[in-house]
Every structure is written in structure tokens, then in C-alpha cells.
Design a protein around this ligand. Structure first.
Ligand code: HEC
Ligand code: HEC
Length: 383
């Protein structure tokens, strides 16, 4: 864990502190060789959501408005039993960065979802509290608010449930039976009491309030204002020629968009149960008893064997290593694997066939993926 620990402190130190509004959608993208189009705000940044009105009674730190979701991604569904408020977001942000949530004080949520790794994992497969090696790679946090099902196999049906899973399970190692005690301890810390009271008046620190606050924070992490989004909104100068060629291939001959469907660049955001495909990743040279069953373990449907949730490709240039097992270090190699039709096996998705792309075509697709970069950062809390 040495490397990660160092990166962690560097990360915090280098970041500085910003207002809540800065957390999200600063995604001024980065088509390096193009003149930037005149900055034109795509959305009324000041428009607070109706649910944010309780912020008036919250401490100053929480007084900022809840960032509105980017227009390019559409409206966000907020669960009725957890209205989004600035006070919850402020509490959730602090909890997300706090290692005291874990059983041994070694891991915050942020430990495995750091800015340096595009908010996905650093190691190929994550290393949990007490240095337990886990079996999968940590996905990025951008736009998770829009996912109807969380995890590579879709086993959690809300961010609240996912946060509870991460907190109790191998990631943070607290154990389901000890969560209530942990929540009490957090609430008792002087720096937390007022934050909990502002976000959840009269409720204190409970498993529900901790996970609802973390989920609320996650509902502000957007990647929705990229060069591609400008292009999609009609600004043809937002992509360079190579990126335009890549976009044509992506949605044409290479057929990537049939699974990595815009605007999320994943079909998993658009179906109630999520969307899972077997691409054969992790099967080559793996003994049958060591194979990750993926979605099949949840759905019990045979054809879901080793099928995984389609990851979003937003910000993918920054989230190496790739795939559910983090086994591919370079984006070029990940794209080449997909374009060749994945790894042949009994359950391979029929959409995956060798697209016979020339090297310059693969390069153009990688260039296009650069148009999905967003500059947002997870901001550590002010104190
Ligand atoms: C030890 C590393 C680690 C820690 C700590 C950790 N995570 Fe994760 N996270 C992962 C891994 C690995 C996965 C994927 C697991 C799977 O799919 O089976 C994941 C998945 C997720 C997902 C699902 C994303 C998606 O695309 O489906 C969310 C959201 C998330 N984590 C948030 C959190 C929160 C909130 C916390 C703190 C309560 C947390 N993580 C702590 C490693 C970690
Ligand atoms: C049949 C659906 C499908 C098609 C078609 C498809 N993909 Fe994927 N892609 C997936 C799934 C599912 C995964 C994750 C699978 C895993 O990790 O085991 C994935 C993973 C990836 C990743 C790794 C992302 C990450 O964050 O780990 C990249 C990059 C990628 N695909 C690019 C492409 C490109 C480029 C094309 C077109 C040449 C393409 N894909 C076509 C379903 C698809």
C-alpha cells in the first residue's frame, strides 16, 4: 500500500480547496490542437435544485448550491427518500475522503477512486483494508448518479446500497454488524456532529445517514461538458479532423456505439437492470474455477457468464488500467482488443467480431476518445 499512500498525500496536497460548485462540470475539454470556441455556458450553473432549499439552515460550508446536472446528460433521478441537499453533499464529501470510515483507518473511499487515476483504481485489482487483495478493478466515479445498477455485475441498485457494500465489505472491511457502531463514532467526532445535524436534523449518525450523505456527494460528480458534448451540440470545430474520423468509425464500421452508446458512452446507463456483455476479457489462460462469473452470479442466467457492465468511456484516457480486472495498461491496447472482437469463448457477445481496422483507424478512435476528457476533480473537504 506504500505507493498508494504516497500518492494519496500528494493528491490532497496538490489539490487545494475549492467551493462545492467546483467539484463538478468544470469539464472544459481539451482538444489540444483546436482553437477553443467562445466559452458559452451550456447550463445555468446557478440554478439550484428545488431540494437544495434546506441549505439555508446549514453551516456556511454547506451553503453552496447543489450543482445542476449537465444538460448533455439529462435530468437526474433522485431517490424520494433521499432528497439532494447541499448539507448532505458537504457531509458526504467529508466522509468520502475520511479514512476513519474503514476498519483499520487505512482506507477512505477516495483511496481507490483518486484524481490521479481518473477516479478509478490505481492497482489493476483493488487492495482493500488490511491489505486484502480484491478481485476487480475500481471503476471511475464520473456520472455514477445516472447508473441504475452499480458494480461490474450490477449487484447494487442504488448508490446508497453500494456505499453500504463498500463500507461493510472488503473495500473498507468494517463488517455489516459493526456499521452502526462506526456511524456512532463518526457522529461523536466534534467536526462531524454539526454536519450530521445540519444534513439530517434529529437523526444523528446512522448507517442510513452516512450512506445517504455519501450517495448525495456522488450525485454531484459529473462529466458532461467535453469537446464531444460541444460537437454534439453543433460546434463542429470542437473535434479535430482525426477525432471526427474516429467518431465516424466509432459509430460506423467499428460499431463501438452499439454498447458504448452516447451520451454516456455505455448502454448500462439506459436500461433499468444495467447492460452486461461478455467480451472474453480475463478468460484467456484462466483455469475454469478461477474465472470471474460476472453478471451470471447475480442473474443466474447462463448467457451472462463472464459478462460485465459496459464501462462509460467518458474520461477513459485517464482511467488506466482497463477492464474489470485492470489487466490492460494502455488505452491503445484496450481499443485494439475490442476492435478485434474480444477473446473468443462460448458466451462472447455476437456484436464482437473482428472489425479489421487499419492501424490509423485504431489511432483515430483513440484520438476521438480524447474528446471525452473532462477536467473535473474530486475536491477534498475544506476541513
Ligand atoms: C479498496 C478499494 C476501494 C475502496 C476503499 C472503495 N472502493 Fe469503490 N470500488 C472499488 C472496486 C474494486 C469496485 C468494483 C467492484 C465490483 O464491481 O465488484 C468499486 C465500485 C464502486 C462503485 C460502482 C461504480 C460503477 O461504475 O458501478 C462506486 C459508486 C464506488 N465504488 C464508490 C465507493 C464509495 C462511496 C466508497 C466508500 C464508502 C468506496 N467506493 C470505497 C474499490 C474501492
Ligand atoms: C458488445 C458490446 C461492446 C462493444 C461492441 C464494444 N465494447 Fe468496449 N467494452 C464492453 C464491455 C462490456 C467492457 C468491459 C468488459 C470487461 O471489463 O470485462 C468494455 C470495455 C472497453 C474499454 C475499457 C474501458 C474501461 O474503463 O475499462 C474500452 C477502452 C472499450 N471497451 C472500447 C471499445 C471500443 C473502441 C469499441 C469499438 C471498437 C468497443 N469498446 C466495442 C462492451 C463493448
Amino acid at each position: 500500500m506504500g505507493i498508494t499512500a504516497t500518492r494519496w498525500s500528494l493528491g490532497i496536497g496538490a489539490l487545494g480547496v475549492g467551493s462545492l460548485g467546483l467539484i463538478a462540470v468544470l469539464g472544459t475539454a481539451c482538444s489540444k490542437d483546436e482553437p477553443k470556441p467562445a466559452p458559452e455556458p451550456k447550463q445555468p450553473a446557478t440554478k439550484a435544485q428545488p431540494a437544495a432549499t434546506t441549505a439555508a439552515s446549514a453551516p456556511a460550508a454547506a451553503a453552496a448550491a447543489v450543482p445542476a446536472p449537465p444538460k448533455s446528460l439529462g435530468a437526474l433521478k433522485i431517490p424520494k427518500d433521499n432528497p439532494l441537499t447541499a448539507a448532505k453533499v458537504a457531509l458526504g464529501q467529508k466522509l468520502f475522503f475520511d479514512k476513519r470510515l474503514s476498519v483499520d483507518g487505512s482506507r477512505a473511499c477516495y483511496s481507490c477512486h483518486q484524481n490521479e487515476d481518473g477516479t478509478g483504481g490505481h492497482e489493476p485489482t483493488a487492495i482493500g483494508a488490511k491489505d486484502v487483495k480484491l478481485t476487480r478493478h475500481a471503476p471511475a466515479m464520473w456520472n455514477v448518479a445516472y447508473l441504475p445498477r452499480l458494480y461490474w455485475d450490477g449487484r447494487a441498485d442504488s448508490l446508497e446500497a453500494q456505499a453500504k457494500g463498500a463500507w461493510a465489505g472488503g473495500n473498507m472491511g468494517v463488517g455489516a454488524d459493526n456499521l452502526t457502531k462506526k456511524a456512532d463514532e463518526l457522529y461523536a467526532l466534534p467536526e462531524y456532529t454539526a454536519l450530521f445535524d445540519a444534513a439530517f436534523p434529529g437523526e444523528g449518525g446512522t448507517v442510513a445517514t452516512v450512506t445517504q450523505a455519501i450517495a448525495s456527494y456522488e450525485r454531484t460528480l459529473f462529466c458532461g461538458d467535453t469537446a464531444y458534448d460541444k460537437f454534439a451540440a453543433g460546434d463542429t470545430s470542437a473535434l479535430n479532423e482525426e477525432q471526427k474520423k474516429g467518431w465516424e468509425l466509432f459509430t460506423g464500421k467499428a460499431n463501438c456505439h452499439s454498447c458504448h452508446t452516447p451520451p454516456f458512452f455505455s448502454d448500462a446507463f439506459m436500461a433499468e437492470q444495467g447492460a452486461y456483455h461478455n467480451i472474453g476479457m480475463g478468460l484467456e489462460g484462466t483455469a475454469p474455477d478461477k474465472v470471474d462469473p460476472g453478471r451470471q452470479a447475480i442473474s443466474k442466467v447462463e448467457s451472462d457468464q463472464s459478462a460485465f457492465k459496459t464501462p462509460s468511456l467518458r474520461n477513459v484516457t485517464r482511467t488506466a488500467p482497463y477492464f474489470h480486472d485492470g489487466s490492460v495498461a494502455k488505452l491503445e491496447d484496450a481499443v485494439a482488443f475490442m476492435a478485434k472482437g474480444g477473446f473468443k469463448n462460448e458466451h462472447l457477445d455476437p456484436k464482437l467480431v473482428d472489425k479489421k481496422l487499419a492501424p490509423e483507424e485504431l489511432k483515430a478512435i483513440v484520438a476521438f476518445l480524447g474528446a471525452l476528457e473532462c477536467d473535473g476533480k474530486l475536491e477534498p473537504p475544506a476541513n
